[in-house]
Design a binder for this molecule. Structure first.
Ligand code: LIP
Length: 280
């Protein structure tokens, strides 16, 4: 992709995330008064009409602007029982869409959810936007252009480039988000994990990665994720200069099934702890 194409796609994606965010806000207002329709997806969790309406809008807008691009979206993939895998053609342009990342938070009224939109060429993410409409915060990046956070303070918005310290906290002082304790983790890990300042489990992979990029969290990792959960947030980490890989230490790309992001040397320390835990 040419740089000018990335810039144009980013502009389009920011506008689209804002529009989809308004749909989530409308539904979160409805939900405040009475329950909204739920879709039970078995092992894939829950969805709601908010996920569906947001996704419909995003797909419609992309098909109009980029009719030749491929679209991989969470609810559509579930409905069509698609097996998501990386493209065979490294030039293929693919949109990876999570119309509502953090559905469980959304449904319980916990204000930590977002729209996550990414455009990848092959498996390299070129553009990513993560937008939380309730908190008024938008993380965004295009490859080679740096990562940014636009955040609402009262009625004002402030934008900053994400370039926090290159060096991490030591492990014992770090604030880490992960789903430790879930069935996706080695059950004994929680008992033998070295001391850290605190653990969090925030429930939106896209926002958790973006928070590491912004230095709000020191580290995040999770197993068994989907490309729409991590593509945009992963690029935002890369563009903020934060080391990110899968849990085997392999280079991050849109289709890696697990992810870990942290500044060094915390990144290396965590990778070692997790690799040891896998062996035991
Ligand atoms: C969710 C994530 C969450 C992860 C779940 C799920 P959804 O996305 O971001 O952090 O643990 O596996 O993928 O379903 O809310 O869009």
């Amino acid at each position: 992709m040419k740089n000018s194409e990335r810039q144009e796609a980013l502009k389009f994606t920011l506008k689209l995330a804002d529009e989809a965010g308004k749909i989530l806000l409308d539904h979160s207002r409805k939900l405040y008064r009475k329950p909204i329709k739920l879709i039970h997806k078995g092992a894939a969790g829950l969805a709601s009409e908010a996920d569906l309406k947001s996704e419909e809008l995003v797909i419609r807008r992309i098909q109009k602007k980029y009719p030749e691009h491929k679209i991989v979206a969470e609810e559509d993939s579930f409905a069509k029982k698609l097996k998501v895998k990386g493209p065979d053609d490294p030039k293929q342009l693919t949109w990876l869409i999570d119309p509502l990342d953090g559905t469980n938070n959304f449904l319980n009224g916990l204000p930590f959810f977002c729209v996550s939109l990414a455009l990848a060429q092959g498996s390299e993410v070129e553009v990513g936007v993560v937008h939380n409409p309730l908190l008024g915060e938008t993380f965004y990046a295009h490859r080679g252009g740096g990562a940014f956070l636009r955040r609402r303070f009262g009625t004002k918005y402030l934008t900053k480039k994400l370039q926090t310290s290159k060096v991490s906290q030591p492990l014992k002082d770090s604030l880490i988000s992960t789903n430790l304790g879930s069935s996706r983790h080695n059950a004994s890990l929680i008992r033998k994990f070295p001391e850290v300042r605190a653990f969090r489990r925030l429930g939106s992979a896209a926002l958790e990665l973006s928070y590491v990029a912004a230095g709000i969290l020191d580290a995040y990792w999770e197993y068994r994720l989907q490309p729409w959960d991590i593509a945009a947030g992963g690029l935002i980490c890369e563009e903020a200069g934060v080391p990110i890989s899968d849990l085997q230490g392999q280079k991050f790309h849109a289709f890696t099934p697990s992810v870990m992001a942290a500044r060094s040397p915390l990144y290396e320390d965590l990778l070692q702890v997790l690799t040891e835990a896998e062996k035991s």
